[in-house]
Design a protein around this ligand. Sequence first.
Ligand SMILES: [Zn+2]
Length: 1041
Amino acid sequence: MGTENPNRPNFPARPAVTPFAAQQSATPFLSSGSVVGSEAPPFRPVSTASSQFSTPPFSAGSEGPAFRPPPTSRSNELVRPPPPSASYGPPSSGFQHFPSPQMPSTGQLPPPRTSFTGQPVVPMQTRPPPGHVSLPSQPQPPSVPMGSPPQSIKTGQPNMNIPLSADQHFLPSRPNAQASSPPMGPSYATPRGTFQSAFPGYANMQPNSVAQAPTMQPSSFPLQQGNYGPPAPSTPFLSQQRGYTPGPPMSTPSGLYTGTQMQQHGIAPPLANSQGLAEDFSSLSLGSVPGSFDAGVDVAALPRPLGGDVEPKTFAEMYPMNCSSRFLRLTTSGIPNSQSLASRWHLPVGAVVCPLAETPAGEEVPVVNFATTGIIRCRRCRTYVNPYVTFTDHGRKWRCNICSLLNDVPSDYFAHLDASGIRVDMDQRPELTKGSVEFIAPAEYMVRPPMPPLYFFLIDVSASAVQSGMLEVMSQTIKSCLDDLPGYPRTQIGFITYDSTIHFYNMKSSLMQPQMMVVSDLDDIFIPLPDDLLVNLSESRSVVEAFLDSLPSMFQNNMNVESAFGPALKAAFMVMSQLGGKLLIFQNTLPSFGVGRLRLRGDDIRVYGTDKEHILRLPEDPFYKQMAADFTKHQIAVNVYAFSDKYTDIASLGSLAKYTGGQVYYYPNFQSSIHKDKLRHELARDLTRETAWEAVMRIRCGKGVRFTTYHGNFMLRSTDLIALPAVDCDKAYAAQLSLEETLLTTQTVYFQVALLYTSSSGERRIRVHTAAAPVVADLGEMYRLADTGAIISLFSRLAIEKTSSSKLEDARNAVQLRIVKALREYRNLYAVQHRLTGRMIYPESLKYLPLYGLALNKSTPLRGGYADAQLDERCAAAYTMMALPVKKLLKLLYPNLVRVDDSLVKTEEFDISKRLPLTIGSLDTRGLYIFDDGFRFVVWFGRAISPDIAQNLLGEDFALDYSKVSLSQRDNEMSRKVMKILNKYRESDPSYFQLCHLVRQGEQPREGFFLLTNLVEDQVGGSSGYADWMLQLFRQIQQNA
Ligand SMILES: [Zn+2]
């Protein structure tokens, strides 16, 4: 993120345009929206009738809505299609229509074809059995077309372009409502699940052998290092006591219950104990006299997250069987028992979920194959079996922890209970002992064969793309990653390039060289050779390599500056729509030709500060959001790589990534000499990281609470089903929780995240994360159990969403106001009682909240006004931040700053955790510092730095303009040490690559641009410094206190 060129003018001369011409309601950052929010329409089937002929690719029986009635005609009404809008699909004769394209290459057009044959996997239009939409006893998700939707390209009209023959072989298995609860049989066999490592299918694995992976020894799943044991029948939460010993009931903070307490349904939550809580807050002296601020603040005493993200421990201590916080974090693990309590907290109650977070070696998510037993789920709410279910009736029944229904234990899954009521096979059942588990999904969880991993590239080859070197770096990188693309030998690949025309490439394996076909009729896009544009990588490997080798030179003299991006996007859609997959777009210019062309906008300074300002941050043309909706419907995730030095309307382009679960990579003013390592690394990461395909995610929770808004890069497919055509470890999603009107009477609320996906090896899997949290009746407990990282993650997403409907200033004020209200409420709880009226007090758990709030307001999407960040940069940063996992986001908001010169002259290992406050006061003119926000490094050379250090690191370059100098390893100890430190930082989080910028003290505008504006504790421009911010908050907290 961020511009790499400080000399880039902030006020480029652009043609004056009318920026409000295309006002519309799409809000690119807004992903909440319940039933009929902005997300709903794109997923609506084309008509009520047609919806009956389409089956969601993930069995209706699989991710059924919790506590929701089966879809009936009413739910079909809910998913009524939008009125036919601008149609961008191919004409109905599209595939039969072959105008004479320019054919500079050897491409020979085949006779017209009417079907895509020859694809290894062809999703069929599926016709579910009658009665599919209403199985009375099994809640089913609304019947919504995804993956292989029928009449979708032209709204409301049968699409004749994609023949969908009803090949029996590919007909989906009928969602079998009974599968998960077969009748009890006489046999008490207890088949063992086979456990495999998650994410098989990468190049070094044999995909087909994975399913037969050796059964792991039961001992491989010890009960979490002895911290807890299997639940005893009478006290299923006994295990909690092993890791945490609560005090006597009255002195126990209400969030911590003994097992016995938790078993006793109906007891009143323990009273709050303010005495215990008093130890949990901190206070800060802000002037000797209340109301007097002149005395100032002891800046050194302000709290700073120099240790990075600190995850609250209480959650895991209370419930050792919970999934790891890397997968799920709650903004407070004290769930309020009433709406009024929740509203008094003022901070969002919700969760941040990173379903595929990377795990350290040894902590992989166990994989369970129930094989013929079927996956054990609650008959009513569809919760997956988990460590918090309890077994009764001699092991014949199990009680659902989310809805309390007593379910039959299928005969295949039966196990006797021991004397204490624990299943005798408990230690061999990860699903009953681990908070995270992955189930192999049987046939009823798919309506088409699992798709192969598919990578399609849409590449701008106009003059600037070639001249910047982007094309060359990209081609080389893709070629170097071919061995590591997931899913060998099923992986599919294809390419389209474009300038003012669109170029298709026949990659048939029998060819020596790819054949290029040029289509210049942009109004009537058709796909030549539909069978050979998307090929199996292993079969066509040599053709693909030949293409990538020749691509840069093919266009090296291209003077074409136009971009037929929209038509090319439609072409890519037509090629990919049968299978789905990942579409990687490399865009170097503003789309200028054909449908989806965009205008220069956003430089009208008069718009800023008015209520029209936010429109600049919205997609200009509804074409983009409509395309995104269709991509998602067809299981296509879009990643946008943007490179221009000029305005490219990232707001519009990025919405393609936003609504398809994708990602925006922004390299403003890309120059190969400067940015190639960054592009190489990030593209390689994108291509080779573990990816889950054609996924949907749902978060279930217990009665009385429900998730009502969702925030991140995705589309909602129904009220609570998140559609993710592709998802990986670098994506997180946030959701807000609402309480029902009635008081929560249970002691515990359970959450279960279920991600149903296709692995790169072609298995359907369900990753399930389960967690429990205590219900509290006391506000103090909510504060005590708060998680600042999760709160800030939710805050950031809410604030960014607000910038798409409000002024930047309003979004910032909203952040500030919520912090003020929360701390005011806290103050009201304790200040008078503890005679702390002249001090600012805050819970220990939220001590970094004000600083992160300040940092959020200074972040690229929210900072300042017109001149403080380029519009494209703001939008790119916003799209990026919407998807960031908690730790990554916190590091971006409050980056690392470390001093390294001392360690260069010493022998001991550098301690990379020695972070400094982000203020200019931390910088010594004799020092060498590294600033790392996870996206870039800034290496700052003090003016009085030892010449020895400068020379060792930069050689003769040390005297040059640092914009022309790059850091590379030289043959001396100091240089090796610095490079080692940088590499350590890079390795600690490989999701992005930090490009290294050198800055000399006083060298402007570089120093200001790269470092000073990012020292969030300092007052820069119109923004507050940390001390000043705390005074403002304190003043506001005291008002109406
Ligand atoms: Zn249930």
